[in-house]
Design a protein around this ligand. Structure first.
Ligand SMILES: Nc1ncnc2c1ncn2[C@@H]1O[C@H](COP(=O)(O)OP(=O)(O)O)[C@@H](O)[C@H]1O
Ligand SMILES: [Mg+2]
Length: 368
């Protein structure tokens, strides 16, 4: 069995490690030189939409999946007739466009904050009037880690938002003064079996995920989140791992976005769950029985952004994952996971590690 993976970044690398443990070979498609997943299998070093490279991947693999959501849908469709491709192209298409994504939430009665499509400057004025301020303007496509976003706090910001983002399809969203953010990761195989991971609580800074903790001790929120993820998985006839990001406000969930792939807020599952999201994604696309998604203790995950300080390598009570990427400000280079017997112990450890990591990255290399 050989799995073809479009994209060979850190998510591809962690899928590759899980594949190795399952005794499955991986082959990747990625234009970058020496990407993180190169240590896990052969990489076809061509653009993601290169017809010949895609045909080669399809001809040499038993099933194709992808590790990031900016794979051109047409590229997937090109190979879908020759080899199974999971998750399905329809899921990728919705996730690639924030407007389609929000319309899908509406269709499934998954609650979310108000939004408007923005095609011109007048639409911006109208959105401000109907949604109220603050609102956040986002590019509909290609945004990640908070990129392509502008928060409109007051009417004067409308010009700034238009000048900084204009001339591309945009969406305006009501600003949610959330109490905290969570994500729910689910997995479904072709037989329709589903597993839902415990809810993860996530802290972002500057649009980039910094810390995740799981499980969240909130049974009602967890049940609602699991229901929403199940609805998405069934509706999309989904195969693979899907992550739903949500805001929590006054005890209620509001959907933000979903990712049709393994997700940063699920990295804790490698050591903190009975079966990692990476292994379960592979099991799903190979239509193998899914492993348990139950947590093993209380997990915390700290992203290492911009550089990996020596302090991270000196830790003994934690699991360091170094993706082997060249340091660059704002770049996710690795993460640290801790698993404790209690939430209190986990939180104490996360604070200690986050502090030492932050302190040692506070030089000019640091991202704010
Ligand atoms: N409408 C909003 N209200 C409040 N915070 C938001 C809103 N939209 C985004 N954010 C903040 O910015 C982060 C990144 O935005 P998100 O829409 O998830 O884009 P990305 O695709 O870059 O992850 C969110 O996790 C959240 O912290
Ligand atoms: Mg997000």
């Amino acid at each position: 069995m050989r799995i073809g993976i479009i994209g060979a970044g850190q998510l591809g690398q962690m899928l590759g490690h899980a594949a190795h443990d399952l005794g499955v070979e991986c082959r990747f498609l990625d234009p970058s030189v020496s990407p993180p997943a190169a240590e896990c299998g052969d990489v076809i070093q061509r653009p993601f939409d290169d017809a010949d490279a895609l045909a080669e991947l399809a001809a040499t693999c038993d099933v194709i999946t992808y590790e990031f959501e900016n794979v051109p849908v047409a590229a997937l469709q090109q190979i879908a007739g020759k080899v199974p491709v999971f998750p399905p192209a329809a899921a990728l298409r919705s996730a690639q466009d924030r407007l389609d994504e929000k319309r899908l939430f509406d269709e499934l009665d998954i609650p979310l904050a108000g939004y408007r499509a923005i095609d011109n400057r007048e639409d911006l004025e109208a959105a401000a009037a109907s949604l109220g301020l603050p609102m956040v303007i986002k590019s509909r496509r290609f945004g990640y880690d908070g990129k392509g976003q502008f928060v409109v706090l007051e009417p004067d910001d409308i010009d700034k938002a238009w000048n900084s983002l204009g001339v591309q399809p945009l969406i305006a969203e009501q600003w949610v003064p959330f109490d905290f953010e969570v994500s729910c990761i689910g997995v479904r195989n072709a037989d329709g079996d589903v597993r839902i991971y415990p809810l993860s609580r996530n802290e972002h800074d500057d649009g980039i995920l910094r810390v995740s903790r799981a499980p969240v001790d909130a049974p009602e929120l967890s049940n609602s989140a699991a229901d929403y993820v199940r609805q998405l998985l069934e509706h999309l006839d989904y195969v693979g791992v899907l992550a739903l990001e949500m805001f929590v406000k006054d005890g209620c969930l509001l959907a933000n976005e979903f990712a049709p792939r393994v997700h940063n807020s699920g990295h804790w599952t490698i050591e903190g769950a009975a079966t990692s999201q990476f292994e379960n994604h592979l099991r799903a696309v190979m239509n193998l029985p899914l492993g348990s998604s139950a947590s093993r203790g209380h997990a915390g995950m700290i992203n290492l952004i911009g550089n990996i300080p020596d302090a991270a390598r000196a830790l003994t009570s934690a699991y360091l994952h170094d993706y082997g990427k060249t340091p660059r400000p704002g770049r996710k280079l690795g993460h640290i996971t801790v698993v404790s017997d209690s939430a209190e112990d986990r939180d104490a450890l996360v604070s200690k590690i986050a502090e030492s990591v932050t302190q040692s990255t506070s030089g000019p290399e640091t991202v704010t």
